[in-house]
Write a protein that binds this ligand. Structure first.
Ligand code: GFB
Length: 336
Protein backbone atom coordinates (compact mmCIF):
# COMPACT_ATOMS: atom_id res chain seq x y z
CA UNK A 1 0.00 0.00 0.00
CA UNK A 2 1.03 3.64 -0.44
CA UNK A 3 2.47 5.74 2.36
CA UNK A 4 0.91 9.21 2.24
CA UNK A 5 3.43 11.42 4.02
CA UNK A 6 2.17 14.94 4.84
CA UNK A 7 4.54 16.49 2.27
CA UNK A 8 3.41 14.19 -0.57
CA UNK A 9 2.65 16.33 -3.62
CA UNK A 10 -1.00 15.61 -4.40
CA UNK A 11 -2.66 17.04 -7.52
CA UNK A 12 -6.42 17.45 -7.08
CA UNK A 13 -7.92 17.78 -10.58
CA UNK A 14 -11.26 19.56 -10.25
CA UNK A 15 -10.52 21.18 -6.87
CA UNK A 16 -13.34 23.74 -7.18
CA UNK A 17 -16.18 21.28 -7.77
CA UNK A 18 -18.45 19.58 -5.25
CA UNK A 19 -16.03 16.67 -4.76
CA UNK A 20 -12.84 18.66 -5.30
CA UNK A 21 -13.64 21.15 -2.56
CA UNK A 22 -14.51 18.33 -0.13
CA UNK A 23 -11.18 16.67 -0.98
CA UNK A 24 -9.29 19.93 -0.37
CA UNK A 25 -11.05 20.38 3.01
CA UNK A 26 -10.18 16.82 4.00
CA UNK A 27 -6.56 16.91 2.79
CA UNK A 28 -5.90 20.25 4.54
CA UNK A 29 -7.53 18.96 7.75
CA UNK A 30 -5.32 15.85 7.60
CA UNK A 31 -2.23 18.08 7.40
CA UNK A 32 -1.18 17.63 3.77
CA UNK A 33 1.02 20.58 2.87
CA UNK A 34 1.83 20.18 -0.84
CA UNK A 35 -1.50 20.28 -2.69
CA UNK A 36 -1.37 21.15 -6.36
CA UNK A 37 -4.40 22.67 -8.12
CA UNK A 38 -5.28 24.53 -11.33
CA UNK A 39 -8.57 26.12 -12.41
CA UNK A 40 -10.08 25.08 -15.74
CA UNK A 41 -9.28 28.59 -16.99
CA UNK A 42 -5.56 28.05 -16.22
CA UNK A 43 -5.42 24.43 -17.36
CA UNK A 44 -7.85 22.94 -19.90
CA UNK A 45 -7.63 19.23 -19.11
CA UNK A 46 -9.11 18.46 -22.52
CA UNK A 47 -5.89 19.75 -24.11
CA UNK A 48 -3.22 17.01 -24.15
CA UNK A 49 -0.29 19.40 -24.63
CA UNK A 50 -1.32 21.68 -21.76
CA UNK A 51 -1.75 18.65 -19.48
CA UNK A 52 1.65 17.21 -20.45
CA UNK A 53 3.48 20.48 -19.75
CA UNK A 54 1.64 20.87 -16.43
CA UNK A 55 2.75 17.39 -15.30
CA UNK A 56 6.29 18.11 -16.58
CA UNK A 57 6.51 21.21 -14.39
CA UNK A 58 4.43 20.11 -11.39
CA UNK A 59 5.50 16.42 -11.09
CA UNK A 60 2.76 15.30 -8.64
CA UNK A 61 3.33 12.02 -6.77
CA UNK A 62 -0.39 11.34 -6.29
CA UNK A 63 -3.31 12.42 -8.50
CA UNK A 64 -7.01 12.50 -7.61
CA UNK A 65 -9.07 12.83 -10.79
CA UNK A 66 -12.20 14.65 -9.64
CA UNK A 67 -12.47 16.94 -12.67
CA UNK A 68 -15.40 16.17 -14.96
CA UNK A 69 -18.31 17.67 -16.78
CA UNK A 70 -21.18 16.55 -14.51
CA UNK A 71 -24.88 17.25 -14.26
CA UNK A 72 -28.29 15.83 -13.48
CA UNK A 73 -30.61 13.84 -15.66
CA UNK A 74 -31.75 16.81 -17.83
CA UNK A 75 -28.22 18.15 -18.46
CA UNK A 76 -27.00 14.68 -19.41
CA UNK A 77 -29.95 14.19 -21.73
CA UNK A 78 -29.49 17.64 -23.33
CA UNK A 79 -25.72 17.79 -23.83
CA UNK A 80 -24.51 14.19 -24.51
CA UNK A 81 -21.76 15.29 -26.92
CA UNK A 82 -20.16 17.64 -24.40
CA UNK A 83 -20.52 15.07 -21.64
CA UNK A 84 -18.79 12.28 -23.58
CA UNK A 85 -16.14 14.43 -25.29
CA UNK A 86 -15.01 16.43 -22.26
CA UNK A 87 -14.95 13.47 -19.89
CA UNK A 88 -13.13 11.19 -22.35
CA UNK A 89 -10.48 13.86 -23.06
CA UNK A 90 -10.00 14.73 -19.38
CA UNK A 91 -9.58 11.08 -18.41
CA UNK A 92 -7.29 10.15 -21.30
CA UNK A 93 -5.03 13.17 -20.81
CA UNK A 94 -4.71 13.00 -17.02
CA UNK A 95 -4.30 9.22 -16.84
CA UNK A 96 -1.74 9.13 -19.69
CA UNK A 97 0.26 12.05 -18.28
CA UNK A 98 0.22 10.37 -14.85
CA UNK A 99 1.80 7.29 -16.44
CA UNK A 100 4.33 9.30 -18.44
CA UNK A 101 5.45 11.26 -15.36
CA UNK A 102 5.63 8.37 -12.95
CA UNK A 103 2.72 9.25 -10.66
CA UNK A 104 2.83 6.74 -7.78
CA UNK A 105 -0.96 6.55 -7.29
CA UNK A 106 -3.98 7.88 -9.17
CA UNK A 107 -7.56 7.77 -7.92
CA UNK A 108 -10.10 8.06 -10.73
CA UNK A 109 -13.64 9.08 -9.71
CA UNK A 110 -16.58 7.72 -11.71
CA UNK A 111 -20.26 7.38 -10.97
CA UNK A 112 -22.96 4.83 -10.19
CA UNK A 113 -24.49 5.46 -13.63
CA UNK A 114 -21.82 3.20 -15.18
CA UNK A 115 -23.95 0.18 -14.25
CA UNK A 116 -26.71 -1.25 -16.48
CA UNK A 117 -30.16 0.32 -16.12
CA UNK A 118 -31.78 -2.92 -14.99
CA UNK A 119 -28.86 -4.56 -13.20
CA UNK A 120 -29.92 -6.47 -10.09
CA UNK A 121 -29.83 -4.38 -6.94
CA UNK A 122 -27.85 -3.66 -4.94
CA UNK A 123 -25.39 -2.96 -7.76
CA UNK A 124 -22.24 -5.11 -7.52
CA UNK A 125 -19.02 -4.03 -9.24
CA UNK A 126 -19.11 -7.12 -11.47
CA UNK A 127 -22.41 -5.92 -13.02
CA UNK A 128 -20.34 -3.53 -15.15
CA UNK A 129 -20.89 -4.03 -18.90
CA UNK A 130 -23.48 -6.77 -18.38
CA UNK A 131 -26.40 -4.88 -19.92
CA UNK A 132 -27.70 -1.71 -21.61
CA UNK A 133 -27.13 1.62 -19.92
CA UNK A 134 -29.75 4.24 -18.93
CA UNK A 135 -30.21 6.30 -22.17
CA UNK A 136 -30.37 9.72 -20.47
CA UNK A 137 -26.78 9.45 -19.24
CA UNK A 138 -25.24 6.82 -21.52
CA UNK A 139 -22.73 9.32 -22.99
CA UNK A 140 -21.38 10.24 -19.55
CA UNK A 141 -21.43 6.63 -18.40
CA UNK A 142 -19.42 5.42 -21.42
CA UNK A 143 -16.79 8.11 -20.75
CA UNK A 144 -16.59 7.01 -17.11
CA UNK A 145 -16.35 3.34 -18.10
CA UNK A 146 -13.54 4.25 -20.53
CA UNK A 147 -11.69 5.95 -17.65
CA UNK A 148 -11.88 2.74 -15.61
CA UNK A 149 -10.62 0.76 -18.62
CA UNK A 150 -7.75 3.24 -19.05
CA UNK A 151 -6.70 2.81 -15.41
CA UNK A 152 -6.91 -0.99 -15.61
CA UNK A 153 -5.02 -1.13 -18.95
CA UNK A 154 -2.18 1.08 -17.62
CA UNK A 155 -2.05 -1.16 -14.55
CA UNK A 156 -1.86 -4.30 -16.70
CA UNK A 157 0.65 -3.05 -19.28
CA UNK A 158 2.78 -0.61 -17.26
CA UNK A 159 2.16 -1.65 -13.65
CA UNK A 160 0.57 1.72 -12.77
CA UNK A 161 -1.18 1.86 -9.39
CA UNK A 162 -4.32 3.57 -10.76
CA UNK A 163 -7.61 2.83 -8.98
CA UNK A 164 -11.26 3.73 -9.72
CA UNK A 165 -13.93 4.63 -7.15
CA UNK A 166 -17.62 4.77 -8.13
CA UNK A 167 -19.54 7.09 -5.79
CA UNK A 168 -23.34 7.02 -5.60
CA UNK A 169 -25.36 10.25 -5.96
CA UNK A 170 -23.53 12.98 -4.04
CA UNK A 171 -24.61 16.16 -2.28
CA UNK A 172 -23.25 18.79 0.09
CA UNK A 173 -21.78 22.31 0.18
CA UNK A 174 -20.72 23.86 -3.17
CA UNK A 175 -23.15 21.61 -5.07
CA UNK A 176 -24.64 22.88 -8.33
CA UNK A 177 -28.05 24.43 -7.51
CA UNK A 178 -28.89 25.50 -11.05
CA UNK A 179 -32.42 24.10 -11.44
CA UNK A 180 -31.91 22.78 -14.99
CA UNK A 181 -28.44 21.23 -14.74
CA UNK A 182 -28.26 20.08 -11.12
CA UNK A 183 -28.94 16.74 -9.47
CA UNK A 184 -32.18 16.08 -7.65
CA UNK A 185 -31.20 16.74 -4.04
CA UNK A 186 -29.73 20.20 -4.68
CA UNK A 187 -32.63 21.06 -6.99
CA UNK A 188 -35.25 20.15 -4.38
CA UNK A 189 -33.48 22.05 -1.60
CA UNK A 190 -33.59 25.17 -3.76
CA UNK A 191 -37.18 24.59 -4.98
CA UNK A 192 -38.63 24.04 -1.50
CA UNK A 193 -36.63 26.88 0.05
CA UNK A 194 -37.60 29.41 -2.62
CA UNK A 195 -41.24 28.23 -2.48
CA UNK A 196 -41.29 28.81 1.27
CA UNK A 197 -39.65 32.25 1.02
CA UNK A 198 -41.91 33.32 -1.87
CA UNK A 199 -45.04 31.73 -0.38
CA UNK A 200 -45.65 29.58 -3.47
CA UNK A 201 -48.58 27.08 -3.19
CA UNK A 202 -46.75 24.09 -4.71
CA UNK A 203 -43.38 22.61 -5.61
CA UNK A 204 -42.95 20.65 -8.85
CA UNK A 205 -40.91 17.45 -8.59
CA UNK A 206 -39.80 15.85 -11.87
CA UNK A 207 -40.94 12.40 -12.95
CA UNK A 208 -43.19 9.99 -11.05
CA UNK A 209 -41.41 10.14 -7.68
CA UNK A 210 -41.02 6.35 -7.73
CA UNK A 211 -37.30 6.04 -8.71
CA UNK A 212 -35.05 5.28 -5.77
CA UNK A 213 -31.67 6.90 -5.15
CA UNK A 214 -28.87 6.46 -2.65
CA UNK A 215 -27.23 9.66 -1.40
CA UNK A 216 -23.76 10.14 0.05
CA UNK A 217 -22.53 13.36 1.63
CA UNK A 218 -19.49 14.61 -0.23
CA UNK A 219 -17.41 14.85 2.97
CA UNK A 220 -17.94 11.11 3.44
CA UNK A 221 -16.73 10.56 -0.12
CA UNK A 222 -13.59 12.61 0.57
CA UNK A 223 -12.93 10.46 3.64
CA UNK A 224 -13.41 7.31 1.54
CA UNK A 225 -10.99 8.67 -1.11
CA UNK A 226 -8.16 8.98 1.42
CA UNK A 227 -8.98 5.55 2.78
CA UNK A 228 -8.79 4.07 -0.74
CA UNK A 229 -5.55 5.90 -1.62
CA UNK A 230 -3.91 4.33 1.43
CA UNK A 231 -5.51 0.89 1.36
CA UNK A 232 -6.79 -0.08 -2.10
CA UNK A 233 -4.76 -1.20 -5.09
CA UNK A 234 -6.84 -3.41 -7.34
CA UNK A 235 -8.21 -3.15 -10.89
CA UNK A 236 -11.89 -2.50 -11.57
CA UNK A 237 -14.36 -0.14 -9.91
CA UNK A 238 -15.03 -0.09 -6.16
CA UNK A 239 -18.41 1.24 -5.03
CA UNK A 240 -18.66 4.04 -2.48
CA UNK A 241 -22.07 4.66 -0.96
CA UNK A 242 -24.17 4.99 2.19
CA UNK A 243 -25.86 1.62 1.71
CA UNK A 244 -29.38 3.08 2.01
CA UNK A 245 -31.73 4.36 -0.72
CA UNK A 246 -34.93 6.41 -0.68
CA UNK A 247 -37.64 7.14 -3.27
CA UNK A 248 -37.71 10.57 -4.88
CA UNK A 249 -41.16 11.05 -3.37
CA UNK A 250 -39.85 10.24 0.14
CA UNK A 251 -36.87 12.54 -0.47
CA UNK A 252 -39.22 15.37 -1.48
CA UNK A 253 -41.26 14.93 1.72
CA UNK A 254 -38.07 14.86 3.82
CA UNK A 255 -36.71 18.06 2.20
CA UNK A 256 -40.14 19.71 2.56
CA UNK A 257 -39.97 18.96 6.31
CA UNK A 258 -36.35 20.10 6.72
CA UNK A 259 -37.08 23.35 4.87
CA UNK A 260 -40.37 23.85 6.75
CA UNK A 261 -42.46 24.28 3.59
CA UNK A 262 -46.23 23.94 4.08
CA UNK A 263 -47.50 23.81 0.45
CA UNK A 264 -48.24 20.98 -1.98
CA UNK A 265 -45.88 18.62 -3.84
CA UNK A 266 -46.84 17.91 -7.46
CA UNK A 267 -45.14 15.53 -9.90
CA UNK A 268 -44.33 16.48 -13.51
CA UNK A 269 -44.63 13.23 -15.46
CA UNK A 270 -43.27 14.94 -18.60
CA UNK A 271 -39.78 14.82 -17.08
CA UNK A 272 -37.71 11.58 -17.26
CA UNK A 273 -37.43 9.21 -14.30
CA UNK A 274 -34.12 7.73 -15.52
CA UNK A 275 -32.82 4.60 -13.83
CA UNK A 276 -35.48 3.03 -11.58
CA UNK A 277 -32.96 2.33 -8.81
CA UNK A 278 -29.19 2.79 -8.19
CA UNK A 279 -28.41 1.27 -4.77
CA UNK A 280 -24.73 0.30 -4.64
CA UNK A 281 -23.45 -2.89 -3.07
CA UNK A 282 -20.78 -1.46 -0.76
CA UNK A 283 -19.71 -4.76 0.83
CA UNK A 284 -16.20 -4.64 -0.72
CA UNK A 285 -15.53 -1.25 0.83
CA UNK A 286 -17.16 -2.06 4.18
CA UNK A 287 -15.22 -5.33 4.38
CA UNK A 288 -12.06 -3.27 3.78
CA UNK A 289 -13.03 -1.22 6.84
CA UNK A 290 -14.79 1.97 5.66
CA UNK A 291 -18.33 3.21 6.12
CA UNK A 292 -20.20 6.48 5.66
CA UNK A 293 -20.98 8.54 8.78
CA UNK A 294 -23.40 11.30 7.68
CA UNK A 295 -27.12 10.53 8.16
CA UNK A 296 -29.28 11.89 5.29
CA UNK A 297 -31.47 14.20 7.43
CA UNK A 298 -28.35 15.65 9.15
CA UNK A 299 -26.73 16.10 5.74
CA UNK A 300 -29.83 17.84 4.39
CA UNK A 301 -29.90 20.26 7.33
CA UNK A 302 -26.23 21.21 6.88
CA UNK A 303 -26.55 21.50 3.09
CA UNK A 304 -29.65 23.71 3.40
CA UNK A 305 -27.73 25.87 5.87
CA UNK A 306 -24.83 26.22 3.41
CA UNK A 307 -27.24 26.98 0.56
CA UNK A 308 -28.93 29.78 2.53
CA UNK A 309 -25.68 31.29 3.76
CA UNK A 310 -23.27 30.90 0.88
CA UNK A 311 -24.82 29.94 -2.46
CA UNK A 312 -24.80 32.55 -5.26
CA UNK A 313 -26.85 32.06 -8.46
CA UNK A 314 -24.47 31.24 -11.35
CA UNK A 315 -24.91 32.60 -14.84
CA UNK A 316 -27.59 31.87 -17.48
CA UNK A 317 -30.09 29.02 -17.33
CA UNK A 318 -30.19 26.14 -19.79
CA UNK A 319 -31.53 27.13 -23.23
CA UNK A 320 -31.01 25.67 -26.73
CA UNK A 321 -27.32 26.36 -27.45
CA UNK A 322 -26.64 28.69 -30.42
CA UNK A 323 -23.31 27.01 -30.96
CA UNK A 324 -21.50 24.01 -29.56
CA UNK A 325 -18.93 26.41 -28.13
CA UNK A 326 -21.62 28.35 -26.23
CA UNK A 327 -23.12 25.06 -25.02
CA UNK A 328 -19.72 23.93 -23.86
CA UNK A 329 -19.21 27.20 -22.01
CA UNK A 330 -22.71 27.55 -20.64
CA UNK A 331 -23.63 24.10 -19.43
CA UNK A 332 -22.01 23.53 -16.14
CA UNK A 333 -18.54 22.23 -16.63
CA UNK A 334 -18.88 21.84 -12.97
CA UNK A 335 -16.21 19.63 -11.79
CA UNK A 336 -17.35 16.66 -9.78
O1 GFB B 1 -30.30 13.44 -9.64
P1 GFB B 1 -30.83 13.27 -11.02
O2 GFB B 1 -30.87 14.46 -11.90
O3 GFB B 1 -29.96 12.20 -11.78
O4 GFB B 1 -32.34 12.64 -10.98
P2 GFB B 1 -29.90 10.61 -11.80
C1 GFB B 1 -32.65 11.67 -10.04
C2 GFB B 1 -34.16 11.46 -10.06
O5 GFB B 1 -34.75 12.62 -9.42
C3 GFB B 1 -34.78 11.38 -11.45
C4 GFB B 1 -35.83 13.07 -10.21
O6 GFB B 1 -35.78 10.39 -11.42
C5 GFB B 1 -35.39 12.76 -11.63
O7 GFB B 1 -36.53 12.75 -12.49
N1 GFB B 1 -36.09 14.51 -9.97
C6 GFB B 1 -37.20 14.99 -9.40
C7 GFB B 1 -35.27 15.53 -10.27
N2 GFB B 1 -37.17 16.33 -9.35
C8 GFB B 1 -35.95 16.70 -9.89
C9 GFB B 1 -35.34 17.96 -10.11
O8 GFB B 1 -35.89 19.03 -9.81
N3 GFB B 1 -34.09 17.94 -10.66
C10 GFB B 1 -33.46 16.78 -10.99
N4 GFB B 1 -32.20 16.85 -11.51
N5 GFB B 1 -34.02 15.55 -10.82
C11 GFB B 1 -27.50 11.11 -12.65
C12 GFB B 1 -26.78 11.00 -13.97
O9 GFB B 1 -28.71 10.38 -12.81
O10 GFB B 1 -26.80 10.51 -11.58
C13 GFB B 1 -25.40 11.57 -13.84
O11 GFB B 1 -27.52 11.68 -14.96
C14 GFB B 1 -24.69 11.03 -12.62
O12 GFB B 1 -24.67 11.22 -14.98
C15 GFB B 1 -25.53 11.14 -11.39
O13 GFB B 1 -24.36 9.70 -12.84
C16 GFB B 1 -24.84 10.49 -10.19
O14 GFB B 1 -29.54 10.08 -10.45
O15 GFB B 1 -31.12 10.03 -12.44
Amino acid sequence: MIDLAPDTRIYVAGHRGLVGRALMRKLEREGFTDLSTRTSQDLDLRDQEQVGSFFERERPEVVILAAARVGGILANDTFPAQFIYDNLMIAANVIHASYEHGVRKLLNLGSSCIYPKFASQPLRENALLTGPLEPTNRAYAVAKIAAIELCDSYRRQYGCDFISAMPTNLYGPHDNFNLETSHVLAALIRKFYEARVDGRPEVVVWGSGTPRREFLHVDDLADACLFLLANFSEPGPINVGSGKDISIQELAVLIKEVVGYQGRIVFDASKPDGTPRKLMDISRLSTAGWQASTDLREGLVSTLDWYRRAWKPPDTALSPPATARQAADRSDRATH
